[in-house]
Design a protein around this ligand. Structure first.
Ligand code: HEM
Length: 509
């Protein structure tokens, strides 16, 4: 047989290259991806994402449109930034996008995705949601805990009264009250009282929750570029591991105490959410067994979800009002007219306080606690708005952009509660222009509790006190910068002066 000539080699080589190019072309053509900037090798488009990702994505959506394709390292990400896109991702095609990406935070801080927030779509998560709906957040259960919310609210008002005329860091007081409310509802007592033979001090526990929120929201580079994950360049994974050990010590103690209380008692009646979870864990008929680590993961989710978000929202509301004293006046006028000056606001008064409700909605429009919601994951290849979205794509819905869309809102950057008066726009996941709790299958299961705590704290803070900026600071000098994590609080905690405005005996309740 004759040896192949150089011409045959060249032909084979050219043929291979042509085939490669053709297959690349066909692959590109096969996927009609949404528009977006060209990614760099290795980092993708991470160079375009600042420490305030919702703002960077907002800028990009102004350039590329309401559906945007990016790469975070090697992972495809699609961002929806309009009412239409939010509706598709969270309603029309909700089930396609009902999973969550696997992140280091889910792995290390939530018992390997055993909590509600980070567990993937499937029987375990569906069962968790059923537990939330039927047991943990049923209207009856929430009502049975109303006395706790009232007691804790009164102790906040009493505490603030002690600081009359002085300036305070409001967030410290707010997170104490939400932590107390949630720990009594979930754990059955203020586990974190100093005088208790306490396993964690309240200060340390608050730090743990702050760290949990931060680590669950950060952009951990290893989640986008898996092959450098082991380097833990930002040190986040190390912090996650340390934090999960601290939480585990605390949660083990909580479960041991609850089990000791239940032991040997026939027909034990659950008095808090951990009791409910332990009863469910004992149930042999559950579709998917709820293990001890699952009970710990759920408990941690409830503590975290219930503490930070409401405090952050109320702090933003008071900050906005300090910039616009005329809103204070209108709110006080409504409170004086509807409640009068001889009692505090109760939860059942809220439907009669439309201006206070409007302030809460306006705060959630401008300062959504989770501006990009929590990332979702495409469970299969699909089409959205004529584009292809591939299985495994991470989906972000930028509710921060939707809240500022000039097509939806007049003067979107102005804080103006009046825009909601007489309008039928709610925050409960049905009105896609205002989605602070998300919508659809993955919507926040704790929204009704969160809303109750926010509305009644804000109403009572405005009813019971006049608020001023310290040291003759002018409203325009109050900074409104934020930091981004799983929640988006003020960068610099609000410092404000409190003056009581009701008769003194009310503060000694
Ligand atoms: C101001 C109060 C709150 C706000 C603004 C808020 C916001 C959110 C948002 C935006 C999501 C993601 C929704 C999505 O992916 O579409 C979420 C999920 C969640 N929230 Fe909340 N939340 C609040 C209060 C609470 C409370 C009080 C709890 C529990 C005690 C809670 C527990 C959860 C849980 C477990 C999830 C994960 C749900 C899942 O993945 O299936 N949240 N929340």
């Amino acid at each position: 047989m004759e040896a192949p000539t150089w011409a045959a080699y060249a032909a084979a080589w050219v043929g291979t290259v042509a085939l490669l190019l053709l297959s690349m072309y066909l692959r590109r053509r096969k996927f009609n991806l949404p528009p977006g900037p060209k990614p760099w090798p290795i980092i993708g488009n991470l160079n375009l994402i600042s420490s305030l990702p919702h703002r960077s994505l907002h800028e990009l959506s102004l350039k590329y449109g309401p559906i945007l394709h990016l790469k975070f390292g090697s992972f495809p990400v699609v961002v929806g930034s309009s009412v239409e896109m939010a509706k598709i991702f969270l309603k029309t095609m909700d089930v396609t996008f009902a999973s969550r990406p696997k992140t280091a935070a889910g792995k290390y801080t939530t018992y390997n995705y055993s909590d509600i927030t980070w567990s993937p779509y499937g029987a375990y998560w569906r069962q968790a949601r059923k537990m939330c709906l039927m047991e943990l957040f049923s209207a009856k259960r929430l009502e049975s805990f109303e006395y706790i919310r009232v007691e804790e609210m009164h102790s906040l008002l009493k505490e603030l009264y002690k600081f009359s005329g002085q300036s305070i860091i409001l967030k410290d007081f707010l997170s104490t009250v939400s932590l107390n409310v949630i720990s009594r509802m979930v754990l059955g007592k203020r586990y974190l009282d100093e005088n208790e033979s306490s396993i964690v001090t309240p200060e340390e526990f608050k730090k743990m929750l702050d760290e949990l929120f931060l680590l669950n929201g950060v952009f951990n580079i290893g989640d986008s570029i898996p092959w450098i994950d082991f380097l833990d360049l930002q040190g986040y994974v190390k912090r996650m591991k340390t934090l999960s050990k601290k939480f585990d010590r605390f949660l083990e103690h909580v479960l041991d105490e609850h089990n000791a209380k239940r032991k040997g008692v026939e027909n034990y009646v659950a008095t808090d959410m951990v009791d409910v979870l332990l009863q469910l864990a004992d149930d042999p008929n559950l579709e998917v067994k709820l293990e001890r680590h699952g009970v710990k993961a759920f408990t941690q989710d409830l503590l975290a979800g219930g503490t930070e978000s409401s405090a952050v929202t109320v702090e933003w509301a008071i900050s906005e009002l300090l910039k616009k004293p005329e809103i204070f006046e209108k709110a006080s006028e409504e409170l004086d007219r509807v409640i009068g000056n001889s009692r505090w606001v109760e939860e059942k008064d809220i439907p009669h306080l439309p201006y206070i409700e409007a302030i809460v909605k306006e705060t959630m429009r401008i300062h959504p606690v989770a501006p990009l919601l929590v990332p979702r994951l495409a469970r299969e290849d699909c089409h959205v708005a004529g584009y292809d979205i591939r299985q495994g794509t991470r989906i972000l819905v930028n509710v921060w952009t939707i809240g500022r869309d000039p097509e939806l809102w007049d003067e979107p950057n102005e804080f103006c509660p009046e825009r909601f008066i007489g309008k039928d726009i709610d925050v409960k996941g049905q009105d896609f222009e205002l989605l602070p709790f998300g919508s659809g299958r993955r919507m926040c299961p704790g929204y009704s509790l969160g809303l109750k705590v926010i509305q009644s704290s804000l109403a009572n803070l405005l009813h019971g006190f006049k608020w001023k900026l310290p040291n003759n600071m002018k409203p325009q000098d109050l900074g409104m910068e934020e930091i981004f994590g799983l929640s988006t609080p003020r960068k610099i905690p609000l410092d404000a002066v409190v003056e009581p405005r009701l008769p003194p005996h009310l503060y000694s309740l």
